[in-house]
Design a protein around this ligand. Structure first.
Ligand code: PEP
Ligand code: MG
Length: 899
């Protein structure tokens, strides 16, 4: 017979999978001899069996529950349903990891019309007994049976109104009796049957409700978002009630062993005297600081501090504790690893290494790479935020859906957001919720605020993708057409607001933002320095300009993995030269334009080389289809039509001649643009194909690279340029370009009588290149996986079209596990990469292999790159610290698996 039920004394911390986090924590505390009220746990396995059998308790579970109940009855001397000495219990869910969306706690289970009288007699406190009873009925009704809690609230409020103080503490025993009667009538109306008087029936229903909450929508959404499997199940904890509301020598509270906001090593928390746990959570009364407990109940405080320290030492991590004091006796109700902010995670990890509690390896594994990213995002100036809070500008709190902080004008529709954003105004887009029709406005907004929707809502997902702050699901605000209201405050279009995506706070007015300086973040620097000791992958950066390269170096980049040279072509003063180069009708005219571009590019490269002194710099030759540098076809057509219309109003012959000239010129341009139009530019004349058709362009770029290298070498700078040829699909493409370009490099070096340490190589971004990597490696000293294109071409999905249209839905509906443009698709794209690495290295053992697609900054993808033995990952400068940590975690994960 399967064992479905464990007394706390039968479990331990290692049984998390079976007993859930809460159950395992309670068991471990019992083992350590700490004061825990007697109780037991029904296993997660029972939950899974419940679902497997069409929502039936598995065989033997109920009998084992009754048996465990009997044991705690003996331990406590109380009995469920016995009016003489009633046992009351709490019923709480507890999955392996703590999970919002799961069932809340039901307290005081076991009360009915006769046990409530017993409780009153036993405690000599009728008011207390009926207060417990009314709480139980409403909790049971709301949590177990799904009755709208507001209906209970409004009954309670109507009685509070009749008291002098209007607080729930002002309710008399008689009023509470009437409330109980009203609650029961409400229950009967809502459910269609009377409130269950039988405590065993109460228990059976409550256990079923905990199991049921595992498959509730919020729980499922949360698991989907956090990639938690759905088959873990939840445990059910049944714990003897202890009462924090039995007078001023009683109370209840929550505390963290360190400050979860800053990581500072002080007990942090709050408690309420003469209250039950739900009062702390519900915020009915303002709790006191935990330090006040020292004054109110010094002995209890000392005992609690001792226990808190012991638990932290035992678990070697910051703990989140719940406790209750019943008539001067302390009871522990929960211990678990506490959730913390990014800053706290870093500080706690570093401090605990210094305290000798954990190893450097553990510290590196305790910080999530995403938290490192958060720490480097703009955030509100603490002082200014404090000022705003003190002035009452904090309007509400929503879900912290995407980190970062922003201030701007509230705007309520995406078109206005787009228009104002383009005018250079800072705007925050405020919507009831967002949809794909809002994306153009989201792109121009500094931040996004929604009334509805959770962590996986459209707003949240898109904001995170864009790296913009988002507060979602701020249910306290009411969004209308051109304003939102919250607690009597109205914010209209154009009013300034501020949102903190890291905390979910929404403020009226602007708050100063600051961009953190990594040099000053000493704890973060320490974690990253430790990470560097453990990682095998190097971290390089994608940077086009010296200033980006500088940022990358400051953040720890060990090279440049991708310089997209064409970005320089788009700059205002250069574009006309580039256009002349493209539109040239003769080779001579083209060369003339290229001669103008040469010194400009050379200057760009010199800047990069200087910043990267001593480190490798990969420069990619021109990649995008040429028409991207020209005006749009439709745009030109409209311009010509307008010019022709204006021609009718021309007054003088000179004016006519001038206009006709312009029209003819534009028409010539139009026909060039028309000739270059492609049905599918992403698969058209781009990448190495350009260099093959117009060899002068790439020859100019290679000359610029080597002249720049020679120039800075003369100034004492150490350079290692690597010339990267993009979009190769067939070895002959690479061979042709290399044969044309390497002589240019050699010629420059000969002209200057210098030898530069250089490499020629290619991107692997066409599936065929990956499949024929052995051939390609004959002509490449390095490979760099361009996983943006490789993903597009492997899936046959155009990213630009997909992300706006169907890709989100694909991810939401689990057709794809993730957006493959963010998280590398290991099974498909990854398989090609693995193949290419193996074949490439077989052909050329010294082949240098890295990645420069966006995946180079994504922790899961980095783990894969570590696994297939790449030399480096290259990512955008601000993700360099993320990648350093992720690379270390990948390496540490590997050694752990090997053990
Ligand atoms: C790639 O395709 O992964 C890549 C880095 O090139 P781009 O994004 O410029 O096409
Ligand atoms: Mg590419």
């Amino acid at each position: 017979m399967t064992k479905w039920v464990y007394l706390f004394s039968e479990g331990n911390a290692k049984m998390r999978d079976l007993l859930g986090g809460k159950g395992a924590g309670l068991a471990e505390m019992v083992n350590a001899g700490l004061p825990v009220p007697p109780g037991f746990t029904i296993t997660t396995q029972a939950c899974n069996a419940y679902y497997a059998s069409g929502k039936q308790f598995p065989e033997g579970m109920w009998e084992q529950t009754l048996e465990a109940l009997h044991t705690i009855e003996q331990q406590t001397g109380k009995k469920l349903g016995d009016p003489g000495n009633p046992l009351l219990v709490s019923v709480r869910s507890g999955a392996r990891m703590s999970m919002p969306g799961m069932m809340d706690t039901v307290l005081n289970l076991g009360l009915n019309n006769s046990t409530v009288e017993g409780l009153a007699k036993l405690t000599g406190n009728e008011r207390f007994a009926y207060d417990a009873y009314r709480r139980f009925i409403s909790m049971f009704g709301r949590i177990v049976m799904g009755i709208d809690g507001a209906k209970f609230e409004s009954i309670l409020d109507s009685y509070k109104e009749r008291t002098a103080g209007k607080q729930d503490t002002d309710l008399t025993a008689d009023m509470l009796k009437q409330i109980v009667a009203d609650y029961k009538a409400l229950y009967q109306r809502e459910i269609g049957s009377p409130f269950p008087e039988d405590p065993y029936e109460q228990l059976r229903l409550a256990i079923g409700a905990v199991f049921g909450s595992w498959m509730g929508k919020r729980a499922i959404d949360y698991r989907n978002f956090n990639k938690i499997p759905h088959d873990l199940g939840t445990a059910v904890n049944i714990v003897t009630m202890v009462f924090g509301n039995m007078g001023n020598d009683s109370g209840t509270g929550v505390a963290f062993t360190r400050d979860p906001r800053t990581g500072e090593k002080t007990l942090y928390g709050e408690y309420l005297q003469n209250a039950q746990g739900e009062d702390v959570v519900a915020g009915i009364r303002t709790p006191k600081r935990i330090s006040d407990l020292q004054r109110d109940m010094p002995e209890v405080y000392q005992q609690f501090v001792g226990i808190a320290q012991r638990l932290e030492q035992h678990y070697r991590d910051m703990q989140d504790l719940e406790f209750t004091v019943e008539r001067g006796k302390l009871w522990m109700l929960q211990t678990r690893s506490g959730k913390r902010t990014a800053a706290a995670a870093v500080k706690i990890a570093v401090d605990m290494v210094r305290e000798g509690l954990i190893t450097k390896q553990e510290a590196v594994q305790r910080v999530e790479p995403q938290q490192v990213y958060q720490l480097l995002l703009p955030r509100f100036d603490e002082e200014d935020k404090k000022r705003a809070t003190e002035q009452g500008s904090l309007l509400a709190k929503g879900l912290n859906a995407s980190p970062g902080a922003a201030s701007g004008m509230a705007v309520f529709d995406p078109d206005t957001a787009e228009a104002w954003g383009r005018e250079g105004k800072s705007v925050i887009l405020v919507r009831s919720e967002t949809s794909p029709d809002d994306v153009h406005g989201m792109l121009e907004a500094r931040g996004i605020l929604t009334q509805h929707g959770g962590a996986t809502s459209h707003a949240a997902v898109v904001a995170r993708g864009l790296g913009k702050p988002c507060v979602a699901g701020a249910e306290a605000i009411r969004v209308e057409a051109h304003q939102f209201s919250v607690n009597g405050t109205v914010v209209r279009e154009g009013d300034l607001i501020s949102i903190d995506g890291a905390t979910g706070e929404i403020f009226r007015g602007a708050i100063r933002t600051v961009t953190p300086d990594i040099q000053k973040e000493q704890d973060l620097q320490q974690i990253l320095a430790w990470a560097d000791e453990f990682r095998r992958l190097q971290v390089w950066a994608n940077a086009d300009y010296p200033k980006d390269a500088q940022v990358a170096r400051t953040l720890g980049a060990q090279g440049i993995g991708l310089t997209r040279t064409e970005h320089m072509f788009f700059e205002e003063e250069r574009l006309p030269i580039v256009q002349r180069m493209i539109l040239a009708e003769t080779d001579a005219a083209r060369q003339a334009a290229l001669d103008e571009l040469l010194p400009i590019q050379r200057g760009d490269f010199e800047g990069l080389f200087r910043v990267m002194n001593g480190l490798p710099v990969i420069i990619r030759l021109i990649d995008p289809p040429l028409h991207e540098f020209l005006p749009g076809y439709e745009e030109l057509q409209e311009e010509i039509a307008a010019l022709k219309y204006e021609l009718r109003d021309a007054k003088t012959l000179a004016e006519v001649t001038e206009k006709v000239e312009t029209i003819l010129q534009k028409e010539r341009l139009l026909s060039s643009v028309a000739a270059m139009r492609e049905a599918n530019p992403m698969l058209g004349l781009r990448g190495c194909r350009l260099g093959i058709i117009f060899p002068q362009i790439t020859a100019m770029q290679v000359r610029a690279i080597f002249e720049a290298a020679c120039n800075v070498t003369e100034q004492g700078i150490e350079v290692h340029p690597e010339v990267m040829i993009p979009l190769v699909g067939h070895v002959n493409e690479l061979r042709r370009q290399r044969d044309q370009l390497e002589p240019v490099a050699k010629q420059v070096m000969a002209e200057r009588h210098m030898q530069i340490d250089y490499k020629f190589g290619t991107m692997i971004e066409v599936p065929r290149a990956a499949l024929t990597a052995d051939e390609i490696a004959q002509y490449a000293e390095f490979f760099s996986f361009g996983t943006n294109d490789l993903t597009q071409m492997t899936f046959g999905i155009s990213r630009d079209d997909a992300e706006g249209k169907f890709l989100l839905k694909y991810v939401e509906e689990k057709i794809l596990p993730d957006n493959p443009f963010q998280v590398l698709d290991r099974k498909g794209v990854g398989k090609l990469m693995r193949l290419a690495v193996e074949a490439g290295r077989q052909q050329r053992p010294t082949l240098e292999v890295g990645i420069c697609g966006e995946h180079g900054g994504d922790p899961s993808s980095i783990e894969f790159c570590n696994e297939i033995g790449l030399k480096y990952v290259s990512c955008s400068p601000y993700r360099v610290p993320v990648a350093r940590l992720a690379a270390a975690q990948a390496a540490l994960g590997e050694t752990q698996r090997d053990k």
